[in-house]
Each structure stands twice: as structure tokens, then as C-alpha cells.
Ligand binder design. Structure first.
Ligand code: ADP
Length: 483
């Protein structure tokens, strides 16, 4: 790789900034916490705090002796935010997880099939268009942005942009043409001029302004590329590891299976979400799960006071009988393959031999079964599963997934920087005018180690039996708590 890039990932809980140098090495990286303000269903962050955090991260890199004289800046981050501006300033970002749009959704002005035909997905309470229209005076804003990284671009260059990956989840972009679709907001008080410019991820959004240069230490005039939302960035980086058309599984606070696709398909079972892929004319099909790391965390708190290492030891305790204990992980309702926001979790098959260790093991097996069901839905049949997200820090979880899937599990040791690598690929492609595949491979860190976990084949039969029971029991959870 013959360029130096500054790549930033502004996620929900932290901002990561790294410098990737000419040899494909991470010269330095810094992580700073990001604060969320929560009040019931309202989830907000403060864009000026994002900028302060970015400045601090740049200063820390410099004080660690890292030169910020780079060939380009490229960012990724949380998608589906609503960030309104007045007089050139944005004080509040209403986050993707905020459900303030629910009132507007009940009044919906277009039927689901019309919306889906344009956008690839139906609107939800969290869709930025719904949040915007829930405003009493939607026309009051000078402009709006939809992603945390777009705010950083605005502060760096003064440009208002959006990328097609994040554009998909705004509820306003035509997923086929990758352009804004006015019919989706006609008569709502929203004006085209309030929207940011849609650019491809490798296009130049602008150049670092003098004021931003003095605040960050990045030289004025450095090109800033549009980049892409984190769903697209992780998929780009994962495809460089997993093979271009293989899916991968994400086990973070929530979970998903994602697979690159050439066509849009509407599933009959479960909910599938579509994103425009970084590659024009392609899509990313995502099967989301509401229960994943959040359930793992619940179990760790319940039996081990929040100590992840103690939970690993508990699971490693010698197994006795009672191996048929099942856990259905629907603590937060579920979306795949059971669609039921009121679904609940359950232990099934308790007998007098059951210990805490059995319960802990059943929790991780239940999460792995759930993840495997989304792979079936996606039609993935790979012999190696690329697994990402914080859940991969757990040895027990990695092994359980390998045993349940009965395939090798591959984990990047630098998985926390995966989205930043995906963003860097956009910068590399912009500079070297190469294909997406070459760009994604080129920015992979040469130091990056991989953890490979082999399945325990002696568990195959027993786990397959359990899985059949799991599928039957999970299906019966649908509607059970709806009365
Ligand atoms: P997010 O989707 O919020 O970015 P992360 O990718 O950070 O989530 O993953 C969060 C999950 O990572 C937690 O819910 C938990 O399951 C897991 N996790 C976090 N820390 C540890 C740890 N030290 N050991 C094992 N698992 C962990």
C-alpha cells in the first residue's frame, strides 16, 4: 500500500482513529469513549462532543509521535441517525436506536409495498424520515445529516454528504438509483435542499479547512473521502477475510448475518434488511437478531456478577448429565426467524441435575443456534465462518459457535478496528483507482493475526439433536406472550 490514511470509526460507544501506513501497518490507533444521553425511548448524542473527541484523538496520536500529514482522511460510523442543523450548528444527534418516529409511522403516508419498492426496506419507528416528519415544523432546519461520520466530514471540510449505504436506512433513498427519491416525502414539509449530497464512498467530499487543521493537526487541504456507514465498512473488511461472496456473522450487543447479494429478495420468513453495497449495483442482505451479546452479558451478570472471565471458568466446569437443557434467548423480543417483539426467553428441559454451569452453556448454545438459523435463511454454506463483534472475545462463545455450526470459526485479532479497515479501503480505492476487492485486501493490516477455532466433531450428533428441538421450541414462542 503506497499511501498513508487516517481512518476514523465513530461508533455508539467509542471513537477509534487509526493511521494506516504504506506497508499495510497500523502506525497507531486511539480509542476514546463516546457518551449517550438516554431518556426512555429517546437516545441522543451531542455532535459537538463528537468533534471534541475527534480532536482529542488526533492530538493523542500526535503526542505519541505520529505524523498526521496523510494522503487522505476517511471515516465510518453509526448509521440511521437524524442530525438537524440550524445556523450552521447541530446540537443533537437523534440516534438510530431512538424510537421517536413511531407516532409518524402509525400515520404513514405511503403503503409498505411502495416504500419497499423504492428503498428495499419498509420504514420503521427508527427511520430518520419518520423522526424528521415527527417534528412539528420539519422545514425549520437549514439542513440535516444522517450519520456520525458525516458530521466529522462537515466539521473537517464544510461539506454536507451522505453515502449510499447509510442512504438506504434514511427511508428517503432509492436503493436502485442510489439517489434521493422525492416521492417518499412529498407533501411533508421537507425540502430537497435540506438534504446532504449523496456521494459514492470513494468520492472526495472536500478538503480539510484551515480552522479544522488548526484544531486537529491534520494539514489544511488534505482530501477527505465520503467513506461509508459502519454496516458497509464491516462488510467490506469482512469480505476481504471471508471471501467476496461469503457471509459473515456479527456478535456484538445485538447480532446479524450479512451476505453480499446481486439482487434484492423479499423473504417470507423472518425479517431481512437490505443495504446498498459499496459496489454500485450490489446489495448487502442482513438478517438481524435482537438477542446476542446483550443476552451473554445478562448471563454473565446473573451468575458471575459481570465478570466475563469467571463465566468462562463456569462454562469450563466438567459436564455431567443434563446435557439436554435448552435455552431460547428471546429476552428482548426477536426478529429472526421468529418475528415477535413480545417474545421472551425460556429454559426448557430442566431436571434435578441442572447446575449453573449447564445453564451458562445452554445460554451460549442458544445464541449459536439462533445465529445458525439466520445463516440458513441467508442460504450460506461456507466451510469457514468469519465471526466479528465483541462476543468473539469469549473463548467459550467462539468454541460453541464452531461446535454448533460444525465448521471452522475465523476471528480477526484486530476485529475492533474492522470498520476502520473497511473505511480505509474507500480511501485506498480513491487514491489508486483499483477495484473494491483489491482495495479491501490492500488495507488489511500485515500484522493482523487470526484466531482459527476448529469444531469438536464428537459433539456433532448431540448438538444436531438439540438444534432440532431448539427450532421447534423457538417457533412455539411466537405469540405466546401476546395476550
Ligand atoms: P456493539 O454492537 O455495541 O459495538 P461490541 O461489538 O462491543 O458491541 O460487543 C459487545 C459484546 O461483547 C457484549 O455484549 C459481550 O457479549 C461481549 N464482550 C464484551 N467484553 C467481553 C469480554 N471481556 N469477554 C467476553 N465477551 C465480551
Amino acid at each position: 500500500m503506497s499511501c498513508r490514511l487516517l481512518s476514523a470509526d465513530l461508533g455508539t460507544t467509542s471513537l477509534k482513529v487509526m493511521i494506516l501506513n504504506g506497508g499495510g501497518q497500523v502506525e497507531g490507533s486511539v480509542s476514546e469513549p463516546v457518551h449517550t444521553y438516554t431518556d426512555g425511548g429517546n437516545h441522543e448524542q451531542k455532535p459537538p462532543e463528537w468533534w471534541q473527541t475527534f480532536r482529542k484523538a488526533c492530538r493523542t496520536l500526535q503526542s505519541n509521535g505520529i505524523d498526521l500529514n496523510v494522503d487522505g482522511v476517511v471515516c465510518t460510523g453509526q448509521m440511521e441517525d437524524f442530525i438537524p442543523f440550524k445556523d450552521g450548528r447541530a446540537e443533537t444527534a437523534i440516534l438510530y436506536s431512538d424510537t421517536r418516529g413511531s407516532r409518524e409511522l402509525t400515520k404513514r403516508h405511503l403503503p409498505p409495498d411502495v416504500v419497499t419498492a423504492f428503498t428495499g426496506n419498509d420504514w420503521r419507528a427508527t427511520t430518520p424520515l419518520m423522526k424528521w416528519m415527527a417534528d412539528e415544523f420539519p422545514e425549520q432546519w437549514d439542513q440535516v445529516l444522517f450519520g456520525s461520520k458525516d458530521y466529522l466530514i462537515y466539521r473537517l471540510t464544510g461539506a454536507s454528504v451522505c453515502d449510499p449505504v447509510n442512504g438506504t436506512v434514511t427511508g428517503m433513498m432509492n436503493i436502485h438509483t442510489r439517489a434521493w427519491e422525492e416521492k417518499l416525502w412529498e407533501g411533508s414539509g421537507i425540502f430537497r435542499r435540506q438534504l446532504p449530497r449523496l456521494l459514492e464512498p470513494e468520492e472526495t467530499a472536500g478538503y480539510v479547512l484551515k480552522e479544522a487543521a488548526s484544531q486537529t493537526g491534520i494539514p489544511a487541504g488534505t482530501p477527505v473521502y465520503c467513506g461509508l456507514g459502519d454496516g458497509g465498512a464491516v462488510t467490506l473488511a469482512a469480505s476481504a477475510h471471508a471471501g467476496n461472496d461469503e457471509g459473515y456473522a456479527y456478535a456484538g450487543t445485538t447480532g446479524w448475518t450479512a451476505v453480499p447479494a446481486d439482487t434484492l429478495t423479499v423473504s417470507e420468513e423472518g425479517s431481512v434488511f437490505h443495504l446498498a453495497a459499496p459496489q454500485q449495483g450490489r446489495f448487502i442482505k442482513i438478517m438481524p437478531l435482537l438477542n446476542m451479546g446483550n443476552v451473554h452479558q445478562w448471563a454473565v451478570h446473573t451468575w458471575c456478577g459481570g465478570d466475563f472471565e469467571a463465566f468462562e471458568k463456569l462454562i469450563a466446569e466438567p459436564a455431567s448429565v443434563s446435557g439436554s437443557l435448552l435455552f431460547i434467548p428471546y429476552l428482548n423480543g426477536e426478529r429472526n426467524p421468529v418475528i415477535d417483539e413480545k417474545a421472551k426467553g425460556a429454559f426448557i428441559g430442566i431436571d434435578g441435575q441442572v447446575t449453573q454451569a449447564h445453564m451458562a452453556r445452554a445460554v451460549l448454545e442458544g445464541l449459536a443456534f439462533s445465529l445458525k438459523q439466520t445463516f440458513f435463511q441467508a442460504g450460506v454454506t461456507s466451510s469457514t465462518l468469519f465471526l466479528v463483534g465483541g462476543g468473539t472475545k469469549s473463548r467459550a462463545f467462539r468454541q460453541t459457535v464452531a461446535d454448533v455450526f460444525q465448521c471452522r470459526v475465523q476471528v480477526s485479532a484486530e476485529q475492533e478496528l474492522l470498520a476502520s479497515f473497511g473505511a480505509a479501503a474507500c480511501g485506498f480505492r480513491a487514491i489508486h483507482k483499483c477495484s473494491w476487492e483489491e482495495a479491501a485486501r490492500a488495507v488489511q493490516s500485515v500484522d493482523e493475526e487470526e484466531i482459527i477455532v476448529a469444531p469438536d466433531v464428537s459433539k456433532k450428533e448431540k448438538l444436531e439433536r438439540k438444534e432440532r428441538l431448539f427450532i421447534e421450541a423457538a417457533g412455539r414462542m411466537r405469540g405466546l406472550f401476546n395476550t
